[in-house]
Design a protein around this ligand. Structure first.
Ligand code: PMV
Length: 352
């Protein structure tokens, strides 16, 4: 029998490189300049650049354990088995990691989520950022933060930004390039920020799952909304101005840009055919409360994602007052105060 010593050596090296298990943590992020619309669905390449703040609350912790005997991946979320479309999404992501690692081993993925899942609070961002770090480590891929950001992007676009703490910008990548080059160019990186002590007050008016996933809603908006192209163009200008406002430490400027960019994004959805409307009566009540705060001289600005909840950007020192005003106007709203949080990181790896 012919023995392929090289292959044996490669296998041994491969097996040494993989871990028995790896655990990572990541925090959600809230976009101040939104990601809304893909130009490539498979590679998750966005139409426009986006910019977000990573939060210091609601972390997701994920453990990936390789199981040499299993025939399928198993996934649990807060101890409950994940099935259907959600399981398929994780398996497709792990397939990507396995292809790169040259492995066919299945995995056991256990995730503890502290953010209300599906409530427009970006649990997919922290989820896929933590999964990217844990899975890359477990399968023995040696990836830097940029490569991990690219990888996390394939799970959920906004996850590319949760790799980084503080403020992060996700680049769309060159739009005229071929797929490989565009893929390489689309990742997030940290954004320099001046003297700014920001807080985001999360006003959760509805913690239930959203009516339509952001993936479906953004595709429908790009395909049918006559306002989409105008928003995409203006969003590029908003992004450049946002970087400048952050560098100056200008909270008013940051807030005005964030609010107009988000309202513009929701306008594109309202103009889609048929309309996608995430904003609920309680959302508008909170928006009115934010306006009143501004009239009282408090720097407070709102942003909303694919759901009815509102995130209010303000100075750290004003956060309690803002949260109180929100609850006063919308007593059904639960409020949480977040500051800038850390990037995704590995908590540990367990060797065989
Ligand atoms: O990453 P996804 O597919 O969950 O899309 C996120 C879209 C928004 O949250 C609405 C905007 C953003 O940039 O996070």
């Amino acid at each position: 029998m012919r023995v392929d010593h090289d292959a044996q050596a490669r296998n041994r090296a491969g097996e040494r490189a993989t871990a028995a298990a790896a655990t990572a943590v990541a925090h959600p992020n809230i976009a101040l300049i939104k990601y809304w619309g893909k130009r490539d669905e498979r590679l998750v390449l966005p139409r426009t650049g986006s910019l977000s703040m990573t939060l210091d609350i609601f972390p997701t912790t994920t453990r990936v354990r390789l199981d040499p005997t299993a025939e399928n991946d198993t996934v649990t979320l807060d101890g409950v088995p994940v099935t259907g479309q959600a399981l398929h999404r994780v398996t497709a992501f792990l397939d990507l990691v396995r292809r790169r690692a040259g492995s066919s081993r299945r995995a056991v993925v256990d995730t503890e989520n502290t953010v209300p899942t599906g409530a427009g609070l970006a649990s997919s961002a922290s989820g896929f950022a933590a999964l990217a770090v844990a899975a890359a480590t477990a399968y023995g891929l040696d990836l830097d933060a940029t490569a991990l950001s690219r990888l996390a992007r394939r799970g959920s676009g906004s996850a590319s930004r949760s790799l980084f703490g503080g403020f992060a910008q996700w680049h769309p990548g060159p739009s005229t390039a071929g797929a490989a080059e565009a893929d390489l160019g689309s990742y997030a990186e940290p954004v320099p920020v001046g003297d700014l002590e920001p807080a985001l007050v999360l006003a959760v008016v509805d913690a239930g799952p959203k009516a339509m996933s952001s993936r479906v809603a953004m595709r429908h908006t790009v395909d049918t909304s006559p306002l989409y192209e105008a928003w995409a163009r203006s969003s590029e200008d908003d992004l450049a101005e946002m970087r400048a406002a952050l560098r100056r430490g200008d909270l008013h400027g940051v807030g005005e840009l964030a609010e107009r960019n988000a309202l513009g994004m929701h306008a594109t959805m309202l103009a889609a055919r048929p309309a996608v409307r995430y904003l609920a009566p309680a959302t508008v009540t909170v928006l009115d409360a934010v306006l009143r705060l501004r009239q009282q001289g408090v720097a407070a600005y709102a942003t909303m994602d694919a759901g009815p909840n509102v995130k209010v950007l303000c100075h750290r020192a004003d956060a309690e007052r803002v949260a109180g005003a929100v609850r006063g106007a919308a007593p059904e709203a639960a409020t949480h105060i977040a500051g800038p949080g850390p990037g995704a990181r590995l908590l540990g790896r367990e060797e065989r």
